[in-house]
Design a protein around this ligand. Sequence first.
Ligand code: CA
Ligand code: CA
Length: 410
Amino acid sequence: MAFFRRTSLTACLMAAVCTITPMAAEIGPGVSSLSPGDTYAEYQWGLENDGSLQLVEIRSRFANGGSAYDAPADGPHSGLPIPTGPGDYEVLTTNAAAGVDIDIAPAWELYDASQTNRDVVVAVIDTGVDILHPDLRNSIWTNDGEIPGDGIDNDGNGYVDDYFGWDFFYNDPSVFSMGSEEDTHGTHVAGTIAAGRNNGGVAGITGSEHVKIMVLKALGTSQGVGSPEDVVAAIHYAEANGASICNLSFCSNVYSQELADTIQNSSMLFVVAAGNGDESGTGVDIDSVPTYPASLPFDNVITVSNLMFDGNLASSSNYGALSADIAVPGSYIVSTIPGGYGFLSGTSMAAPMVTGAAALLYSYRPDYSLADVRNAILGSARQMDTLTGKVSSGGMLDVGAAFLWTKPEA
Ligand code: CA
Ligand code: CA
């Protein structure tokens, strides 16, 4: 059995060496002016980036870290300088570049003024999701054919009490493990897509009005592992219950023919994380070193790389001129976590921005097919020199431009 792993690096791992500080104390860097009711919106640089963020990293000058301190001056490591003080560390700063954001403001303006937005269900196949989170609970899909907790498969779909979706990992109707951290990843993904707007906390791309998250837990344990078989079952469930867009923020080096066939034959649009590099955390070209499902070459897949706020791909982000499609903010992303809010980084955080944008556009344009939505998102990507040859579109997500994209004449 092949195993998937989540494609995020936790901010916790980096917290010891990284701080992220707005340079302007009173005016936040993010979307507070667009979503003034959301307390943490000012840190959502991916939605609006005015260039005021700065990443400060304090690194030892020595690749082998502390061991350098033990190297004798005349020993085998004598080529290395002997550390003597504060100068043995270097401070690296990365400044944000204003405008490296997904340009959500004009899209929200059009969307909020429209009377014809349709309802859209987005499947999140991931760890579980904190469905009671105050910023998510209005955004969670429920199965109206099922009566929760009565022990009966009311809708006869083979799943008993699947009112809030299903847990394919533990094979039960509980899609959230309260008190454990194993559902942090899925909760973060869900918040980026569809957290409520202007209700405190963060601003989800779609808000909670027309877009609902179908929670399909297929990854479990603190490692976030799962099997292709469970993901396949979750995809079939999503389709059968009305989902049209599916977020897959995980990857595996093992190819599953069954999973590939299931995705290729699905009517859904899949948004997939490109993956976070090799064992050392260095991004790789997934055209030559494939990872799945990111490298699947299907017309209903968008594979997403992780853009840093300075306009460069994150060093850990996978890429590929054929296999990766678009770059999207994925580093230092604040979103919902069980019982609160937190920062995570990785292509796992980039993919749900595309999922949210796709759901918003699909809702806004009831005349669009999912293929139209994919063409709009990739065809309107903002071209950037740093992304040439790295992603098929050559650019980053621009939701405002996607809303103005015009379909070519047939
Ligand atoms: Ca059922
Ligand atoms: Ca909110």
